[in-house]
Each structure stands twice: as structure tokens, then as C-alpha cells.
Design a protein around this ligand. Structure first.
Ligand code: ATP
Ligand code: MG
Length: 452
């Protein structure tokens, strides 16, 4: 993309309404625009990052054996009356009446709808296990929408639902989700710690929230510092293996890590004092096992091997796709702007032309642009007729991890400058070597799943 032809409405001023850094930077870098409280348009570059996040979520869900689909945003109230949640959910539920006077609602989550689909089509244990998911907009009429996309009213969520014959099978699905979530967040450059949590209006016995540590997080968290040493990394895992998934759950949940809702001061006190941590975190996902909470009232049953009708065991599993963008920025920025992790960056590499209109510099930038594209990378070329200082400030603000700077002086010596946004370190290289270096970095961040 050439910046002169793109739509990147960066702001010079710091927006006064934004209280936290991610919100400020999302507005300043032209990623989002508020349309009403807690409801945002995703401007082109914000939309690009959102799709990158979404893609990683899809890839890791599909890798774990979960099946993508899409359910509508507007749901019939009848289903929610059947489950009892129409009344229980309260004022966060946006209730709508259509012209036929039917009660509808804008879905805040989809347990009822997926259970309805299940009961219409599945009747035998032979069709289990089954995990379906979608990535769809949700609406919750939050009392205090704030912090930009962090606590929106309309937000994008991945929600997945597992259907299993037994509690043991459903717990395997739970563990499988935990593993896939660890991978998902790490690919976005985040450490998200699973913490024992409270189940809230979803209900159920077993639940973990995934928290990204950040001072601006809305949740208070208590944990053993040892947990932050754990990395999932690039280990191979067989998602069908009950033992392997269970072992990961044990590894990542055996140390104390809880949100304030389930915090137990006596247990916490048993951790050696120098390892006790009280901090704040951003909830970027949650997994639940809730047994037959929805299959009972909605009569979602299967026939087991003995011919008995039994309710299915279920769980639901959410990732805050749009909130993640805020969380990533909270975790990765400096005083000059965003620092995108390679996995989600809107463009792979910036190209800054120090002397627009200089025939040699222009030609070198064009050649770099093509060379990056030929490696399957997407460059953002600042081809505007601006001063170098302004171009650098824009690049720093929008946070592309790599920048190649081209100027007549360097070109005389056959070199361009490759700069890492994260470390600020620059190196002079031939244009070919710079492209090769950038391509090599992104090898580890290639899409992995053709099914997406
Ligand atoms: P919270 O406690 O933050 O209100 P929740 O526990 O009600 O969230 P879940 O039902 O667990 O939310 O939804 C799954 C994920 O969706 C959450 O982990 C969070 O990342 C995201 N999410 C929930 N509410 C919002 C919101 N208002 N804006 C943006 N993302 C949200
Ligand atoms: Mg939650």
C-alpha cells in the first residue's frame, strides 16, 4: 500500500476523552472512530489488525479440531425464555421488538442458539464429540462502556461450544480449549495467564479466565510469580490425547493464580512471600464447563450406546477478539506509539523515502516494494512529499515492527537502513539483504492453516 493513496487519518492531538494508552493510540493512529458510546467503526488499518487477530483465532481453533460456522447477531427471545436467561440476564441484554411484535434480542452470547441447532440435528452419541464455534459481533449494553474497544457495547467475540456424551469428555474439551488459547495468545505476542475465576451469568462449575497483566486492567489478580515463567512455545501437541491436554492444564494451572472473585487469602499466604504478586489484568478470554445447564432446559439429548436418552455435557469458550487489540497495545507500546508484534501487524514493513521525487530514491523504494511483495509480505510505503521527521513520527505511531529507510546518501554506497521498531536499532544493508532479513523474521508468522 502506498500511503499517499491510503486512508490513515492519524491525529496530531491526544484525544482528551481517552483515559488509557491503548485507547489514545488507537484513536491517534487512525484505527477506530467512535460512532456512539461503546460502538466503533474500524478504520482501514484497525480493520486489518482485527482480521489478523481473527485469523490467528481461526487457525488455532481449527488446529484443535473445532469447526467454524456463523450464527446471526439477532436472536429470537423465545430461546432465552426457554433457558430462563431472558429475565436473568438483566439490563445488559439489548431487547428489540420487530414489526410483527415479536421479542428479539441482539445476542450477547450464543449458548441457547447453538443448543437449539444441536437439538435439531444431533440425536446419537455417535455424532459426538462436537465443538462448533463462530466469530461474531456481540452486544452487551454495558453500564459504563470505556477504554475504547476494551469495554465496548458492540464487540467481536469468538465463542465456541462443545457437546460431549460424558463429563470426562467435556473436561477434555475444556483442556483442549485451554491449550489452544495458550497458543493463540502467544502467537499474538501476548502472555495470557489462565486464572481460576467465577462463572457469572454463563453459569457452571469449572472456569478459567485468561488475563494479560497490565496496570490499566479492570480485574485485580493474585498469583505466584513463578507462573510468568511458563511458555507454551512451539511444542507439538496431539489435541486428541487426553493425557497431553491434561498435562498442559496441570502445568499452567497448578500454581496459584486467581481473580479477585475467587481469591483465597489463606491459600495465597502459603506462597513464599517474595513470589506473591497482586496486580491488575485484562481478561482476554474465558473457558467454562457447565455440564447440562443448557441441555436440560432446552432438552438437548442424545441416545447413548444402551439406547438411553441422556442430556449432553457442554461448555462454552470465549475470546475477546476486538478487546485483544487494546490488550496488545497496552502490552506493547512506547512513548512514540504502538509496537505491533509481528503476528498481528497491519503491514509487515514500512518503507520511508527520505527524498520523494529523487529519481534514484523513488526507484529504489519501488524495487523494495516489489521485492517485499514477492516474499508474500505487505509493505506500507510512505511516498508522501513530507519531511523525514514527519514520516518517522507517523511510522513510530502506527508501530510497524520493521522499517526500511531509503535516501540518496545511502544509495550512493549501495545501502538502505533497516530499523526495528521494538529495539530502535538500525543497520545499513544492501536492499536485497534488508528484504531477506525481513522475510526471514516473518517465516515464523506465516499462516499455518489452509482451512481458514
Ligand atoms: P467482563 O468480565 O470483562 O465483563 P465477561 O466475563 O462478561 O467479561 P465473557 O462472557 O467471558 O465476558 O466473554 C468472553 C470474552 O469477551 C471476555 O473474556 C472478553 O475478552 C470479551 N468481552 C466481554 N465483554 C466485553 C466488552 N464489553 N467489550 C469487549 N470485549 C468484551
Ligand atoms: Mg468472562
Amino acid at each position: 500500500m502506498r500511503l499517499s493513496r491510503y486512508f490513515l487519518p492519524v491525529l496530531k492531538e491526544t484525544p482528551a476523552e481517552a483515559q488509557i494508552v491503548s485507547h489514545r493510540l488507537m484513536l491517534r493512529a487512525g484505527l477506530i472512530k467512535q460512532s456512539s458510546a461503546g460502538i466503533y467503526s474500524w478504520l482501514p488499518m484497525g480493520y486489518k489488525v482485527l482480521r489478523k487477530i481473527e485469523r490467528i483465532v481461526h487457525e488455532e481453533q481449527i488446529r484443535a479440531g473445532h469447526i467454524p460456522m456463523l450464527m446471526p447477531t439477532i436472536q429470537p427471545a423465545d430461546l432465552w425464555k426457554e433457558s430462563g436467561r431472558y429475565d436473568a440476564y438483566g439490563a445488559e441484554l439489548l431487547r428489540i421488538r420487530d414489526r410483527q411484535d415479536r421479542d428479539m434480542l441482539y445476542g450477547p452470547t450464543n449458548e441457547e442458539m447453538i443448543t437449539d441447532i444441536f437439538r435439531a440435528h444431533v440425536s446419537s452419541y455417535k455424532d459426538l464429540p462436537l465443538t462448533l464455534y463462530h466469530i461474531q459481533w456481540k452486544f452487551r449494553d454495558e453500564m459504563r462502556p470505556r477504554f475504547g474497544v476494551m469495554r465496548g457495547r458492540e464487540f467481536l467475540m469468538k465463542d465456541g461450544y462443545n457437546f460431549d456424551l460424558t463429563k470426562e469428555d467435556a473436561l477434555h474439551a475444556y483442556n483442549r480449549h485451554l491449550v489452544s488459547y495458550l497458543r493463540t495468545y502467544e502467537r499474538m505476542g501476548l502472555q495470557a495467564i489462565p486464572m481460576r475465576a467465577d462463572s457469572g451469568p454463563i453459569g457452571g462449575d469449572d472456569t478459567h479466565e485468561f488475563l494479560v497483566l497490565a496496570d490499566t486492567g479492570e480485574s485485580e489478580v493474585f498469583y505466584d510469580a513463578q507462573i510468568t515463567d511458563l511458555k507454551f512455545g512451539d511444542r507439538e501437541i496431539d489435541y486428541d490425547s487426553v493425557e497431553q491436554c491434561r498435562a498442559v492444564l496441570d502445568e499452567f494451572t497448578s500454581r496459584y493464580a486467581r481473580t479477585d472473585e475467587t481469591h483465597d487469602a489463606a491459600e495465597f499466604a502459603k506462597i513464599p512471600e517474595q513470589r506473591q504478586r497482586v496486580a491488575r489484568g485484562i481478561e482476554v478470554g474465558q473457558i467454562f464447563y457447565f455440564g447440562t445447564k443448557y441441555s436440560d432446559p432446552l432438552d438437548a439429548t442424545v441416545q447413548d450406546a444402551d439406547g438411553n436418552k441422556v442430556p449432553v455435557h457442554m461448555g462454552s469458550h470465549g475470546i475477546g477478539v476486538s478487546r485483544l487489540m487494546g490488550a496488545i497495545i497496552e502490552a506493547s507500546h512506547d512513548e512514540n506509539g504502538i509496537i505491533w508484534p509481528e503476528g498481528v501487524t497491519p503491514f509487515h514493513c514500512g518503507i520511508v523515502n527520505l527524498k520523494q521525487g529523487d529519481a534514484e530514491a523513488d526507484a529504489a523504494c519501488e524495487a523494495l516494494y516489489k521485492a517485499l511483495e514477492s516474499h508474500g509480505l505487505e509493505p506500507l510505503y510512505d511516498d508522501r512529499n513530507e519531511r523525514a521527521g514527519g514520516k518517522f513520527a507517523t511510522m513510530d505511531l502506527i508501530g510497524l515492527p520493521w522499517r526500511i529507510t531509503v535516501g540518496p546518501r545511502g544509495l550512493k554506497n549501495g545501502v538502505v537502513e533497516l530499523t526495528s521498531r521494538r529495539t530502535g536499532e538500525s543497520e545499513e544493508l544492501s536492499p536485497e539483504a534488508a528484504v531477506a532479513r525481513v522475510a526471514e523474521v516473518y517465516e515464523a508468522h506465516k499462516p499455518v492453516n489452509a482451512a481458514v
